[in-house]
Design a protein around this ligand. Structure first.
Ligand code: CA2
Length: 200
């Protein structure tokens, strides 16, 4: 399930990792005499709609199995917010940080790995709640090890305080860091962590 927009055009160039710290683009060359006008360049992934001097970076917020059911069951563990609610909050926080968020959820390991490949190819930062894949998916871990941009693992609950099988994450070692146990706010904190990494 895709909660917000789905990117995914593999023909797109890599997004810019800076959230505004880059030096401005050099001014367009002035045409001399009879030079034909420069063709307009196609829009880049990082292009922001507001200010061309502060291009926006897209962050993929990826969610694994069963997280599409949030808000319907086990609110005592996962809270009452739906994934759509979390996506809306992420959009607002992302906008305040100069980030565009693209929130997706799948129950399918292959689809999730495809999105991780896409992130690597497009150099997009990822906030990832791998859900149960956290604890056993070496295929997901191997895909994540190919990342080309920041990766923050996120969990609504605190797996370390739950059943023993949840104490192992095969993802943590290939992530920049993990944020767990703060409910939907874990996602906001993860986005802030991504912004901090991008800012250096
Ligand atoms: O705390 C988290 O965010 C988890 O990643 C959630 C996973 C769990 O396997 C991890 O150990 C920790 C499970 C997501 C299940 O989502 C549900 C949503 C609604 C009702 C029941 C489960």
């Amino acid at each position: 399930m895709t909660v917000l927009s789905r990117g995914g055009d593999p023909s797109e160039p890599p997004a810019r990792l800076s959230r505004g710290g880059d030096p401005p683009e050099p001014p367009a060359r002035l045409s001399r005499g009879g030079d034909p006008p420069e063709p307009a360049r196609p829009p880049a992934v990082g292009d922001g709609p507001q200010d061309p001097a502060t291009p926006l970076t897209t962050v993929l917020i990826l969610n694994g199995p069963n997280l599409g059911r949030l808000g319907s069951r086990e609110p005592e563990i996962y809270g009452s917010a739906t994934l759509a609610d979390i996506g809306a909050a992420c959009s607002a926080v992302g906008a305040s940080l100069g980030l565009i968020v693209d929130v997706r959820q799948t129950d399918d390991e292959a689809e999730l790995i495809g999105w991780i490949h896409e992130a690597a190819d497009r150099r997009l930062p990822v906030v990832l709640n791998p859900a149960a894949f956290t604890h056993y998916s070496y295929a997901l871990r191997d895909a994540l090890a190919m990342r080309t941009a920041p990766l923050v693992e996120v969990h609504l609950s605190n797996p370390a305080a739950r059943e023993t099988f949840r104490h192992t994450s095969v993802v943590s070692a290939v992530a920049d860091g993990t944020i767990a146990g703060f409910g939907p706010r874990s996602y906001e904190l993860a986005l802030r962590a991504v912004a901090g990494i991008l800012d250096g």
